[in-house]
Design a protein around this ligand. Structure first.
Ligand code: NCD
Length: 317
């Protein structure tokens, strides 16, 4: 088994991880990509372990891929949604976590609308906790799967120029990606209207562009972000039509990037709002489907490394 240079108990964010730790996770995930493409996808690495997916927000890709990842490693996986749980009856986040903790689970994957909620919860439980997205703070497994997708296509992360475009203000995906790409030596550009870029974001070591055409010049990777209406109070954009005109990715804007530039989107996509279907479905340039595939492998790698540190409960007092 690969010697793990990942010594954290939880995976709460990319911030604070070093290049070796990120590389370790990506290398392990790379191995799982091959396994997932074979007929026999199952391993017994996590036999006897329990993974609970606790989701207080909607999810398609993240929840399903954590479920598949756990099952492919042989764990028992349970999905819990806030709707249908006692959260609806007023149970607090901590009480819910403590209840689950009492059932001796090994890994808790949590998605929550409040930034910081997952960290708070990780301080109360004995199991390993993985952040499946907390508010507009972090979404570490998304940044890891994005990095794996880029690394497999481009052969590296270091030295690439990556444009992250759109609703950066509300995006935990953007925040985790900025940390990861910076640490791995890529150059990050943020592109969007002033209303959708956090003030002072330059301090994160990125270049900021309000003109998408200028921002896309010569980039290697274009990451498009969804307009997150559910996190907006008030009007951040004048109209969908105007937004698409200035900040939607279409073939004309794509032509300004490098000829071999690739297109990414974490999903769910709003076709015709931030991205034209023509571009999203471009088989040569769009990596959107690969991102989903890498999501399972990356989540297997995360479950793998975090459970290596758990005490063997049968042997423990
Ligand atoms: C993202 C999320 O929920 O943060 N989706 C995902 O996990 N792939 C991005 C989004 O909702 O726009």
């Amino acid at each position: 088994m690969t010697d793990t240079r990942f010594q954290h108990r939880h995976l709460l964010g990319i911030q604070g991880l070093g290049p070796e730790e990120i590389t370790t996770l990506l290398d392990i995930a790379d191995g799982y990509v091959e396994q997932n493409r074979s007929v026999d996808k199952r391993k017994n690495l996590l036999r006897g372990r329990t993974v609970i997916n606790l989701f207080f927000e909607n999810s398609t890709r993240t929840r399903t891929s954590f479920e598949l990842a756990g099952k492919r490693l042989g764990a028992d996986v349970i999905n819990m949604q806030a709707a249908g749980s006692s959260v609806q009856k007023g149970e607090t986040l901590i009480d819910t976590a403590m209840t689950l903790n009492a059932m001796h689970l090994d890994v808790l994957v949590v998605r929550h609308p409040d930034s910081g909620a997952v960290k708070l919860l990780s301080e109360k439980v004995n199991c390993a906790v993985i952040n499946g997205g907390d508010g507009s703070h972090e979404h570490p497994t998304q940044a890891l799967l994005d990095a794996l997708t880029i690394r497999r296509r481009k052969g590296r992360l270091s030295g690439l120029t990556v444009a992250i475009c759109g609703d950066v203000l509300h995006s935990r995906v953007a925040r985790s990606n900025i940390h990861l790409l910076n640490v791995m030596g890529a150059q990050v550009r943020l592109i969007g209207p002033r209303t959708l870029l956090p003030s002072g974001v330059e301090r994160m070591g990125v270049e900021v562009f309000h003109d998408m055409r200028r921002g896309l010049e010569g980039v290697d990777v274009i990451m498009m972000l969804r307009i997150q209406n559910e996190r907006m109070r008030g009007n951040f954009i004048p109209s969908i039509r105007e937004y698409f005109h200035f900040f939607g990715l279409d073939q004309a804007k794509l032509a300004l990037a490098k000829p071999d530039a690739v297109i990414m989107h974490p999903g769910p996509m709003n076709r015709g709002v931030e991205i034209d279907s023509d571009v999203a479905d471009d088989v040569e340039r769009s990596l959107i489907r690969e991102q989903v595939e890498m999501g399972v492998a990356v989540r297997m790698a995360c479950l793998d490394v975090l459970t290596r540190h758990l005490p063997n409960r049968d042997g423990a007092a």
